[in-house]
Design a protein around this ligand. Structure first.
Ligand SMILES: *Cc1c(COP(=O)(O)O)cnc(C)c1O
Length: 371
């Protein structure tokens, strides 16, 4: 029996080759494992055209641990972060900054609007205390793509530093150190690279990271310490997620074989277009206009039929072998369907058939209001 297909933003469906890569035990001090980590890091830097000016610092844990490590380390104790918010992940970045007691300012654009670069420029002009800006590339809670290049230009022009949460877009959407200035890009093993969950990583500008000694509020989330230890010994500072690293190395082999970023983008765009067309045929509407829709995850407006309830849709789709994702909007009833993972047109078609069947059954069980 095959596992259910995960139409979620991660963890997501992984290939057999990626799963098989986890069948070995690795010694965490062993030279072979150190070489595996070094190879993964080198390839991650190359994905953003980082070159010699950038380093990859892997961090045990989920993506949020890496975000918290990046901000806690790169933001000086007397620095101030401006977080650009238009969904749950922007809110999370603000919350973790507040939790660690650093100065914070928030520009909230609301869930239905992309980040507005002109407003960022205005905020930077009014508040000279702001040293860094945090932005979410693809706001996974809605699927919205933010205008990263424009934001980066505004931040650079204002002489401030940029920290990018590119968790769900990394390796798929354009993000190159040749095109935009950033101090850190943060992502994780279990999103568009199609690895398994267990490690985040920060691609940091080397001079910014080396200047960040002593900033961290936390021992285990000290990115500078992790980097220095790793560069001196080749080893992770504390117990590494060995199987996760091995799976990510295998996932990166498949990424390269698919044609790297452009190959993966083409498959995800195909998945997303097929999904949107199929949803429309079922009478379902996406939350976002297509210009703002990243080919990562689609937020769908819940049908207004009285027979609709997400928990029942979820159970019925799961019985057909497909795991859907709940909505995360505060004001609208929605659900989400992911386009990423080791899936293609067959899985998207299967998911659409499962959703259509589930809704058909739910709607025929309930008569619409008779008035
Ligand atoms: C997945 C994700 C994260 C990290 O979430 P975790 O649950 O900690 O892995 C952060 N930001 C964005 C935009 C994400 O999509």
């Amino acid at each position: 029996m095959r596992d259910p297909i995960l139409l979620t933003p991660g963890p997501l469906t992984t290939s057999l080759a990626t799963k098989v890569a986890m069948l070995n035990d690795w010694g965490s001090w062993d030279a072979e494992f150190n070489a595996l980590t070094a190879g993964v890091c080198r390839r991650l830097v190359a994905i953003v055209d980082g070159g010699a000016g950038f380093v990859c610092v892997p961090m045990q844990g989920s993506g949020t641990y890496a975000v918290e490590a990046a901000i806690g380390t790169l933001l000086p104790r007397d620095g101030k972060l401006l977080v650009l918010v238009n969904g749950a992940y922007g809110e999370r970045m603000a919350k973790l900054t507040r939790t660690m007691g650093r100065a914070l300012s928030v520009l909230d654009f609301g869930e239905t609007h992309p980040v507005e670069p002109a407003q960022v420029a205005a905020a930077l002009a009014t508040d000279p205390a702001i040293t860094h800006v945090g932005v979410i590339h693809c706001e996974t809670s809605t699927g919205m793509l933010n205008p990263l290049e424009e934001v980066a230009r505004v931040v650079e022009a204002a002489g401030r530093r940029l920290i990018v949460d590119a968790m769900s877009s990394f390796g798929v959407l354009p993000l190159s150190a040749r095109d935009l200035a950033f101090d850190a890009v943060i992502a994780s093993s279990n999103k568009a690279l199609e690895g398994v969950p267990g490690m985040g990583f920060v691609l940091a500008r080397k001079d910014a990271l080396l200047a960040a000694k002593g900033n961290a509020h936390s021992l285990s989330l000290d990115l500078h310490d992790q980097f220095v230890y790793m560069s001196e010994t080749g080893r992770w500072r504390y117990t590494p997620p060995t199987h996760v690293v091995a799976a990510l190395a295998a996932a990166l082999d498949q990424y390269d074989a698919e044609g790297g970023r452009l190959g993966r983008l083409a498959r995800y765009e195909g998945n997303c277009a097929r999904l949107l067309a199929g949803l429309a045929a079922l009478g379902l509407k996406p939350f976002l206009p297509s210009a703002l829709q990243a080919p990562v995850i689609v937020t769908v407006l819940a049908p207004s039929h009285p027979g609709y309830a997400f928990p029942e849709l979820y159970e019925r789709a799961k019985a057909s072998g497909f795991i859907l994702y709940p909505g995360k909007l505060t004001e609208l009833d929605t659900f989400r369907v992911g386009c990423i993972g080791a899936i293609g047109s067959a899985e998207i078609d299967g998911a659409l058939a499962a959703i259509g069947q589930a809704l058909g059954a739910m709607f025929s069980d309930t008569q619409p209001d008779q008035r």
